[in-house]
Design a protein around this ligand. Sequence first.
Ligand code: URA
Length: 282
Amino acid sequence: MNRPVDAVIEFLQSEQAHGISHVFLDNETRDGLRELYIRARKPIKLQPDIPREITAPQAAPQSAPQLIELIIEGEDKPAKLESVKRQAADWAPARVLGTLCETLVFATGNPDAKIMLIGEAPGYHEEREVQPFVGPAGQKLGEILHAMDLTREDIYISNLVKFRPATPKQTTNNRKPTSQEMAACLPLVMAEIEIIKPAVIIALGVTTAEGLLNLQGAVGNMRGKWHEVSGIPARVTYHPSYLLQSGSNEVKRALWEDMLAVMEKIGMPISERQRRFFLTKS
Ligand code: URA
């Protein structure tokens, strides 16, 4: 507990407790924290030969990681998902952080889906309805699915973090999950991926891309190509809430191109009209 980085973590936690969400970190500090984050992620990698046991560090990276086992039980996909959901409700690695709300918002959709969509964390609306993506971002997502000729029942929708990130005196305001919160919940979503075995994963937004794929930078540099999660092709694209804020035709078209790539990947028919969506008319 006497490393310089422990003092940084303590300082950040104290700032966060005072409602401060952004601080400047120099490169050395950032590298130190990143190193801890990467180390915290290591034990939770799925081992292809032992797919039923997934482990995670129990607490924040500054304490010695204790391994918590996640056991996937059940004969079929719904039963297996139910077993992960049961364990998620009381998932110690997330609970010990003390920074997340109480209500578990697990996932929704088709366990046999070819497409698995992963967002960052539930917000106010999702916590109230105990369903992912039911607020304004969820409505935008519904429009995107509709344009793809899909419904929520055709796909599987989940979040990296299963509890709404808490803020002091929180009302309807939401915040992005921290790296610690994402690392704590990562085994849960990895277990879902293991069970669903989708043909394609779509990571929504930069925060999800950081937590799920360990990517850094802007979505603009991550999108437009294939990545991989547990051997499954994964596409990073803009978060629907960014679309709501930005509204630019360029962002809409970029997201749509990612969706077209997903549709192509799983062999969905694509009409000429779909191909032309959001193209500027010349
Ligand atoms: N944003 C997310 O990333 N997930 C949700 O469930 C809702 C909004």
